[in-house]
Design a binder for this molecule. Sequence first.
Ligand SMILES: Nc1ncnc2c1ncn2[C@@H]1O[C@H](COP(=O)(O)OP(=O)(O)O)[C@@H](O)[C@H]1O
Ligand SMILES: [Mg+2]
Length: 157
Amino acid sequence: MRLVISMEAYEIKTDSPEATMALAEKLGTKLMAGDVLTMEGDLGAGKTTFTKGLGKGLGVSRTINSPTFTIVKEYMGRLPLFHIDAYRLEDSEEDIGFDDYFEGGGVTVVEWAQYITAFLPAARLDIHLRIVDNQVRSIELRPGTPHFEKICKEIVA
Ligand SMILES: Nc1ncnc2c1ncn2[C@@H]1O[C@H](COP(=O)(O)OP(=O)(O)O)[C@@H](O)[C@H]1O
Ligand SMILES: [Mg+2]
């Protein structure tokens, strides 16, 4: 007997930064401590915009900016939000103590996650953002666990 676990991907298209933030905010309200989200997508695809919405959903009141020069920024909301931007870690293979964030009792979101794949936990929600045109973005949610799959179903419903 073979056990096949296949989880669907969920694609949503948004037609404004506000719509992307609204989607992410909805997601943010449903997250739990220990949740890890990864984001891949070209520059300008909307990773930071998505994170701003996520912060709103997590009750973060401070403004979330791109953490490009700091790698990790921490925000306090209903749960802590750890915002990692791995852009400058490309090819470095350096472990900056990622597990401290992943297991730090908050939500971790990683921009440019493809640069640190070796350090990512398997239980995560992968988010792929793609520029369709000027204002349109394709946002694909790929849940890696039933917990995330349930959330995905709820937010696309
Ligand atoms: N549907 C959309 N969703 C998100 N951002 C959008 C959308 N349409 C236009 N934009 C613009 O695209 C840019 C996305 O930037 P940002 O979120 O910083 O991307 P990244 O972090 O992926 O480099 C912003 O200037 C934003 O206003
Ligand atoms: Mg960014």
